[in-house]
Design a protein around this ligand. Sequence first.
Ligand SMILES: Cc1ncc(COP(=O)(O)O)c(C=O)c1O
Length: 385
Amino acid sequence: MLSSFDRVIDRKGSGCFKYDAMKLIYGRDDLLALWVADMDFAVSPQIQAALRHRAEHPVYGYNFKAPAFKEALDAWLMKRHGWNTTEHKLISLPSLMTALALAILSLTKEGDGILIQSPVYPPFHSQASDHGRKLLINPLIGEDGLYRIDWIDFELKAAEAKMFVLCNPHNPVGRVFTPEELSRMADICRKHNLIIFSDEIHADLVYAPHRHIPIAALAEDITLTGISPAKSFNIAGMGTAVLISQNPELIKPVEKLNFALHTYMGNNMGIAAFTAAYGESEAWLEELLLYLKANRDFVLEEIPKALPMIKISPIEGTYLAWLDFRAYGLSEDQIMRVLRDDCRLALNEGSAFGEEGRGFMRLNFGCPRSVLEEALCRLHKFPKE
Ligand SMILES: Cc1ncc(COP(=O)(O)O)c(C=O)c1O
């Protein structure tokens, strides 16, 4: 039922970062929470039932992932993305960023170049430097809000890099890369012997006519793909992600480190939620996508009426809007202050996604429409010029 997404759920006190850490981050807790990338919707009834069922069994010992775990994912990837992964090796980890850390640590060495396309999800930046690797940035070129790849720069940086970390669909700019872009990236990576780590956590949140293509389907032998139901099924707190690859030479070293660090075990609830998400929640996801698409259209149409100087990037995928405030000529601190103290809104500041994001704000529209309408009213308090 589409209307179930209209339900406003009070998440305060549930131990969630978005609401319970707001005071810590913004200095006040009375803001509309349009920041952290999880949604304010109840998860699918199938996931709720699977969790209840698992909780009712009173023993919570060490896990074994039944074949149903991978089978649910394989069937999902085949049906939704036309990608056959039945012969792929899968390893499971607590999060996609754990997968990226393990891939960097086991497949590159200190000083090796890690190529990313900024602005991008903040840990992409920190993972390279935290592990003593050299961060190589291929800035995405934004023109009138639409982002494209600077190919000359991409190849120049690729020549120096060991690994390319792709974010597709892209957080925060909302691009879903085309088959042409993906094959060109894959060709350049192959030419310069790069490993591709493809973060596809937003793969199922794509709006027609755009279509998600796993880059591995174009370059199986050089790609590791990180997959997780965290975003599409709103179970980011369940701590269950996977890394897959067809190439044993790529995945075996990561698996070895996953064992050595004991990050492979997973948790009872996450395994149940993962299996019910991919195995039973497709109809729920279809409804979610309709709701999110309407929210996206609302954001694209209505926010520029409240803030005429703002530019919003087209949103091909994700539930994140990328708002360009630069025409206001305010510093990022000033924008944040007005949004927080006058509009009472919590958004993410753009520079957290890299210097290329300075002057932008990220708005999460994975919330009931009434919350977005309230946000829009509050945005009218932002100075008009
Ligand atoms: C592109 C991207 N990758 C990874 C994550 C986080 O995933 P995990 O919590 O599994 O590390 C996010 C969360 O916003 C994201 O946007």
